[in-house]
Design a protein around this ligand. Structure first.
Ligand SMILES: C[S@@+](CC[C@H](N)C(=O)[O-])C[C@H]1O[C@@H](n2cnc3c(N)ncnc32)[C@H](O)[C@@H]1O
Length: 345
């Protein structure tokens, strides 16, 4: 026990280590849920819909069918939860209008192209679950050129934080089974991305800046399937303005999701009411004293890992890399921060 007001837990969505507890969190009637429900209800009537990553409860597939979709293809990569999704569709009495397809969307074909694509493969760093290559593949093979995309835009925001008064950080005990599941998935232990549990808004000491902004847009004419829609690899930069004299211990990265192009509330993982996303804490190699009015250049580099889907990230501050975060295959206990969290190898 540390007495810290924050516990850390590993960022999990990019490893698909879901269980009933995680899917229960997706079922909560929170900001994310309301925004998706409203967007699906507005878009689905009369349309062919594909739900990529329908999950245990086929939430958006069932919602789309109830809203009058012509047909829904609900794709789920995890075979166990695809079977559960099929049960959910059956108990909703919708088997004639919702087809559950087990498997990865990138490995499947649909009998007809979808006019609405709904997915929630948005990470704690927005692109971490592979939304860009996965939806680019859907754009090229599964959807019509004028397909309506839910979500419409995903972003990653960043700000400097001072956690020096928060006490020593440690892993939440209940997150350890997930950590081991992640290591099993990747084949070896490594230093994972870590999220902060608990409201973190009052730890911010700088302006908030967008470092990723990805908009999924329709085309009037079919785009060439071999042309990437949105670059998977990208480097972005922004200036952080320090708002108060403080000790900068790290940077928070968090997702903001514009679910519908037609307006509606954006879901912000830092300030919003949702358990589906949490901010990622990027610890600096050493805390740094900062003064109100200081300007720092923050950069995020995203490159696709060797699995072709999940990105690796590097964060740099004033031109100096401060955080290397490969999706898998990185070092274990590489920095004092991680050695303190994982005392034994
Ligand atoms: C964050 S959960 C979302 C579940 C549900 N759609 C919701 O919004 O509550 C993401 C789901 O997508 C699935 N998934 C991720 N990538 C996929 C892909 N390319 N094809 C099919 N399923 C995928 C995962 O197994 C997981 O069940």
């Amino acid at each position: 026990m540390t007495g810290s007001r924050f516990a850390l837990f590993p960022s999990m969505g990019e490893y698909q280590v879901y269980d009933d507890h995680v899917y229960d969190a997706f079922d909560a009637a929170d900001d994310r849920h309301r925004a998706y429900r409203d967007a699906v209800r507005a878009a689905a009537p009369g349309k062919v819909v594909v739900d990529i990553g329908t999950g245990r409860d086929a939430l958006w597939a069932v919602e789309a069918a109830h809203a009058g979709a012509r047909h829904v293809y609900a794709v789920e990569a995890d075979p166990h939860f695809a079977a559960r999704a099929a049960e959910a569709v059956e108990s909703a009495g919708l088997t004639d209008r919702v087809t559950v397809l087990p498997g990865l969307s990138t490995d499947l074909a649909l009998p007809t192209r979808a006019e609405v694509c709904v997915s929630e493969i948005v990470g704690n760093i927005a692109t971490a679950e592979g939304a860009i290559p996965t939806l680019d593949d859907a754009r090229a093979r599964l959807c019509t050129p004028t397909c309506l995309w839910i979500p419409f835009r995903i972003q990653t925001f960043a700000a400097a934080v001072d956690l020096s008064a928060a006490g020593a950080l440690s892993l939440a005990a209940e997150s350890r089974p997930y950590l081991h599941a992640i290591f099993d998935t990747t084949g070896a232990p490594f230093d994972p991305r870590l999220c902060l549990a608990g409201p973190a808004g009052d730890t911010l000491i700088s302006s908030c800046v967008p470092l990723e902004s990805v908009t999924f847009e329709a085309f009037e004419s079919p785009p060439p399937p071999d042309r990437p829609w949105i670059p998977s690899d990208e480097q972005s930069e922004a200036t952080l303005r320090i708002a108060l004299d403080a000790t900068m211990t790290g940077i928070l990265l968090w997702a903001r999701v514009a679910v519908s192009a037609r307006g509606g509330r954006e879901v912000d993982a830092l300030s919003g009411d949702t358990r589906a996303w949490a901010p990622v804490y990027v610890p600096l190699p050493a805390p740094a004293a900062v003064t109100a009015g200081d300007h720092l250049t923050l950069a995020l580099a995203r490159t696709t890992s060797d699995d072709g889907i999940h990105p690796d990230y590097v964060v740099a501050l004033d031109g100096r890399p401060v955080w290397h975060s490969p999706h898998h295959g990185g070092p274990f206990r590489a920095t004092p921060f991680y050695r303190e969290l994982f005392p034994s190898a």
